[in-house]
Structures are given as structure tokens and as C-alpha cells.
Write a protein that binds this ligand. Sequence first.
Ligand SMILES: Nc1ncnc2c1ncn2[C@@H]1O[C@H](COP(=O)(O)OP(=O)(O)OP(=O)(O)O)[C@@H](O)[C@H]1O
Ligand SMILES: [Mg+2]
Length: 271
Amino acid sequence: MRNTRPSFAEGKQECAAIGKAAAPCEKPGGKEGRASVGNRRIRQCWFALRHGAEVLRDLDFRLAKGGFYFLTGPSGAGKTSLLQLLYLARRPTRGRIQLFDQDLTDAPRDVLPDFRRRIGVVFQDFRLIRHLSAFDNVALPLRIAGRSDAEVEGPVREMLAWVGLADRASARPPTLSGGEQQRVAIARAVISQPELLVADEPTGNVDADMATRLLHLFTALNRLGTTIVVATHDVSLIARTPGARLMRLEKGSMADPTGILRNPPTEVRGR
Ligand SMILES: Nc1ncnc2c1ncn2[C@@H]1O[C@H](COP(=O)(O)OP(=O)(O)OP(=O)(O)O)[C@@H](O)[C@H]1O
Ligand SMILES: [Mg+2]
């Protein structure tokens, strides 16, 4: 299959840190592997928690490769639950979920880590490793991918600088503010240029200027080919992202009045 992702050199200046980090990532799977990213489909999905409460109902949509999506809806509507299905932390109770051109609904547990490594996640509660420094938290995905210390150093420093934490590299999460922890979590999620980025309220703890800067990071990553799904209450983010599509959950259901989520148009080709 042809690699349709643009070269990292084609990225904008703000992509530099992501690009430097991501380039060696292509070694294990090779470019062919990266090109095989397919649409993400959720087919007639229902999700109930173990105690039986139904959280998501009859979802049926498809995310186009290279698309940028915002997921909105009131508190408790099911945004985090839907993202959990997308990053394979939970399985639907009914229905099918297809990611990277494969139906993973019933995939054996031991194959899921390989797929999860292709997904960057910004958790609503950050989930940083408390005993590791900010630097080591951000470096983690690169180290898991087998990168040497020499290969990790530059990209991690650059990414920390991008999120405004150059001088906090050696700080551990408990000594960071909520907004600083959130930025470490974002840096960790994007450092290896994942094929899919799932971010849960990623700007909920930062000021407006930093939110704009983080949005630039996401759009830069998106220009390099990453499919992005951001759950947010911040409508100003949505308004400032031309070309992004909106998904809205209400009480576990998603309206799709235009049908655009079921039938994505072809304008995303070439990403
Ligand atoms: N571990 C849990 N146990 C019981 N109920 C849960 C659990 N996690 C979520 N829920 C319930 O599932 C529903 C959806 O929650 P979810 O966290 O997905 O909403 P959300 O849209 O992300 O909300 P918010 O905007 O507040 O983050 C809510 O009714 C919530 O109370
Ligand atoms: Mg949530």
C-alpha cells in the first residue's frame, strides 16, 4: 500500500519536535505499516457498565483517516466512555468496533497492546507516573518503542519546551500544578506521532493562551496525518479549528443530522 503520509520535512515549523521524535518510530513497522491506517468505525455500539447502567446507546459512525473531530456534550453524556472504546480500554457490550482496518471487537487481549501503541491518549485525569520526572513521563513512549537515550533526549526537551515546561523537566507530577501535569500528559501523548490521538478535555486546566498553543500542537500533528478526537466543553477551540467536525453526545446517543460521520466526504484524502 502506498504511504500517503507527508514527509516530516513537509510539516510546519511547529511540528519540529513531533517530527524529530516520530521519524525513528517508522523503523519497526516501516512506512508500509504506517500507510495501512484505515478508517475507524463504531457500528451500532452499545456500552453498559458492569453494574448494568447503559452509558452509550446505538452509536454508529465512522471517523475518516486524518480527520479532526471534536466530541462535545454535557457532563455525564458519555464522552469519556466513548473515548475509552476508541483507545481500546473497554469493549462494547453490543455492536462492533473497527480500528486500523481491523475488527477488534473480539480481538484477544494479548493483541491489544500493539494497537494501543498506535494511539496517543490524553486522559482526563492525566495518569502520569508519579515517581517519574516530567522528562521521563514524556520519554516513555519513545523508550517503549526502543529508542536510545541519545535519540530520546532532543525530542523530549523540544516537546517540553513547546508546552512551556523546559524548566520543569526534572519535576515529578505531584509537585506540578494541574495545568502543568496536563501539559506533560499532552506531550507524552503526541511525542511519538501516533496514528490516532484521543484527548479527553486536554485544555481543561490551562489558560486561554496555553489552550491556543496546545491546539496548534494538535493541528500540526493532524497535518502530519494523525486522526484526532478531542472531547471538550470549550466551544472556542472548535470555532478556531477550520475543517474540524463536531460530534455531540446527549445521554449516550449521538445525533448525526447531516450523515457526515457515517459517510465522511473524500476531502481528507492526501493527508
Ligand atoms: N466507573 C463508573 N461507575 C459508574 N458509573 C460511571 C462510571 N464511569 C462513568 N459512569 C457514568 O457513565 C456516564 C457517562 O460518564 P462519562 O464519564 O463517559 O461522561 P462524560 O461525558 O465524559 O462527562 P464529563 O464531561 O463530566 O467528563 C455518567 O452517567 C457516569 O455517571
Ligand atoms: Mg469525561
